[in-house]
Ligand binder design. Sequence first.
Ligand code: CS2
Length: 500
Amino acid sequence: MRVPLPTGKQMSSTHTPRLSSAALARLPAGIAVPAYDRAATRIGIVHFGPGAFHRAHQAVYLDDLLALDPAWAISAVSLHSASVRDALAPQDGLYTLVLLGEQPALRVVGSIREVLCAPQQREAVAARLADPDVRLVTLTITEKGYCLSADGVDAAHPDIAHDLANPQAPVSAIGWLVEGLRLRRARGLPAYTVLSCDNLADNGGRLRRAVFDYAGRVDAELAEWIAREVAFPRSMVDSITPATDDGVRAQVQSALGVADAWPVQREPYTQWVVEDDFRNGRPPLERAGVVMSGDIAGYDRAKLRLLNAPHSALAYLGSLMELESVAEAMRDPVLAGFVERLMRQDIVPSLQRPEGFDPEAYVGAILARFRNPAIRHLLAQIAWDGSQKIPVRLLGTIADALAAGRPIDRLCLPVAGWLQFVRRQAARDVAIVDPLAETLAQIGKACTGDVARDVNAFLALDGVFGTLAGDARFAAVLGEAYAALDPATPEAVRLALAAA
Ligand code: CS2
């Protein structure tokens, strides 16, 4: 999530000294700092997409790991904006993590040794990708950053079209991954492993297909080399990370006595499950609490379906009910009751169960996390990018339920909630944050309440509903849910949810 931030310059004009390597020794007791000599670490990982999630999750695991093995510091590369680099470079890559437990705990994270902005520092990024010390490239670029089509890469996506025409001056993550691999092959270096840390079902498999597809269009021999040499392990990531706001920045400054331009915050709970499929070595991630697994499909599905889908349900239905945050939505008995039924009765039956997985305990823990009163996680943040999130979070469960002959009535309500949310934002002229924002605004504005007409306009969206777009049963139940939520006032939504 990109939030406007004070730039380095603006921060220094406050005259409060800045967080930096030099400031570390003077921080008050009680603030955890890197437990290793940062100068003695080496960059072994290039990470694309150093947003709040990466910095609150993966970079913290690596911060623990660097105390045990200095070979895995991070070069953090933004693909578009310079805001992370401008905030963190003057701080020597350091930033604060606020853990939102009963008592907030603060920790300065040191695993990011270098911060680059790809469009402005092309050579430095290429040099890192071709650095023999770098053996792993990780990504958190969100669903839309993958530019995926059903079975590969979306060649019509403007960034991919650009890269196909200029493969040695890429702008997309896929373009950079392939250019880095080309450089390594040309220099006789072993390939790096590519690890997606995004919330996508089968993230590694989908990324592998996108990379092969793209590489095949650029250079067939390179594509063959990639097929032979590059591993794309799957992973599941989990930790609730509300966007940084001025309150966190002020809290950090007062606790540290120095200014941090971009601290991050997250719940204490964190999980990272990684498929153990690496070439050319890997960080000893298990020593930092990462679960290394032979098959992560079960974890992956449980997390997307049981945590993210309810999150999206809360986001759309809760926004229509004029609620603001997840904890507030969970205090509404009608909405919370609906979401619990959705999880237990509709989603749990669709899961493959990884060994030792106890769905009841998992559901209970997620509900408790959603209720955490120390976290103000805005529904508006979760509502972003619905066209990318709805398919991976909800539509798979619906397709499975249809195939197994289970009802889909409740499952269609959050999807209908998204449709009504889009319609309401468009009617209010509020911008929708989504790669399909323009199309969605047009569809939303054209909605009249004629159920079949409105729903069909959404079903025709390119690449969102997949095979469900042509499924008459799905269209009918989605239409009923859409009608039940109409007019999408808090009262109408409450009535519909109470009855579901
Ligand atoms: C959320 C996720 O913003 C969203 O869409 O559902 O970011 C969620 O908080 C994380 O996946 C939790 O691991």
